[in-house]
Design a binder for this molecule. Structure first.
Ligand SMILES: Nc1nc2c(c(=O)[nH]1)N[C@@H](CN(C=O)c1ccc(C(=O)N[C@@H](CCC(=O)O)C(=O)O)cc1)CN2
Length: 307
């Protein structure tokens, strides 16, 4: 796929098309997220200059999952850097559902809180969707309530899930066209695969969702102009899944002894793709940047919530 990438050169870069080891353009989520955070900081400063309170994000972290602790800490640091206030609520892993429900209820009722985020995954005794749906729709800065998911599929305004919205923002800002392209999404989670399919459809892509029962996954993936791997299986996607010239987006992050590993075999796929997101430094930073943008968008009189 030919496109103009503001973070690289058009099409392939590095060794050049004449080389059998030509490298894909990197879709640099870290750089794009930094730009987006600057924009959010400017929006918060403008609100403050008009005498408005800074937005406030309340996070809820249940249990001791180490990765969740890393992500929540990163969210608080990111809030502070752009002028968003943040409130850190922690509950033990064996907490009763009633206690979690009470906390969500009290944050819903607190006018000083503009956004509420329930960090996932929850401990296994708690059904995530049950608690997500207790969050006030207007404060659902993760865009994961059934109501906000329905708004997406009904093509209405609403808060959008951060990772899918971050992927669309990354593609847009890197000059990757979406309309009319065949997008194949591997993974059908409520957090990424399903809402991303909805957002791509809204942008006039032709969308295929693949999952564990998909027959001949490599052949389906080879039909993609835009291939998104969001299945949580390290290095599942290899060269046999990628049509030369496709754009490949890797959502997976698995911690291994070799460090963080994505769902894509990066070194192999980068030799055939036109563009690819790295892990780390691709989709991950966009997730947090979109959370900040959503928290500003959730303020009652900030109307442009439709990403
Ligand atoms: N309530 C939510 N829970 C979870 C979400 C979510 O969007 N809402 N997404 C993931 C985890 N996540 C945010 O919560 C997240 C994952 C990764 C990154 C990130 O910046 N990754 C870095 C690497 C950092 C590292 O892991 O050391 C990168 O890819 O460069 C940010 C946020 C599940 N839960």
């Amino acid at each position: 796929m030919g496109f103009t990438n503001v973070y690289g050169v058009p099409g392939r870069s590095g060794a050049g098309a004449e080389s059998p080891r030509a490298r894909a353009v990197l879709l640099d989520g870290r750089a794009v997220a930094a730009t987006l955070r600057e924009e959010t900081a400017a929006a918060v400063a403008a609100l403050r200059a008009r005498g408005r309170e800074a937005p406030a994000l309340a996070t809820i972290l249940v249990g001791e999952d180490p990765a969740s602790h890393v992500y929540v800490a990163a969210k608080h640091r990111a809030c502070e850097a752009v002028g968003i206030r943040s409130l850190d609520h922690r509950l033990p892993g064996d907490v009763e559902g009633e206690r979690l429900a009470e906390l969500i209820g009290s944050l819903n009722a607190d006018d000083a809180v503009s956004g509420i985020l329930l960090q996932l995954p929850l401990p296994s005794q708690l059904e995530a969707s049950e608690f997500i749906d207790l969050i006030d729709v207007g404060k659902d800065v993760d865009g994961l309530t059934t109501a906000n998911a329905g708004q997406l599929w009904r093509q209405r305004d609403g808060l959008r899930p951060c990772t899918p919205a971050g992927i669309i923002e990354l593609l847009d800002r890197c000059g990757v066209p979406i309309a009319g392209r065949h997008a194949v999404v591997v993974g059908r989670s409520d957090l990424v695969g399903r809402p991303l399919a909805g957002l791509l459809l809204r942008r006039d892509a032709t969308v295929t969702i693949c999952h564990r029962h998909t027959a001949d996954l490599p052949a389906v993936c080879r039909g993609a102009d835009i291939l998104v791997a969001a299945c949580g299986i390290p290095r599942l996607i290899g060269v046999e899944h990628v049509r030369p010239g496709a754009v490949v987006v890797d959502v997976g992050i698995t911690r291994t002894d070799d460090g963080l590993v994505g769902d894509v075999d990066f070194d192999a796929v980068a030799t055939v793709a036109a563009a690819i997101t790295p892990v780390p430094g691709g989709v991950g930073p966009m997730t947090i940047a979109l959370l900040l943008a959503n928290t500003v968008a959730a303020l009652p009189s900030t109307t442009d919530k439709d990403r």
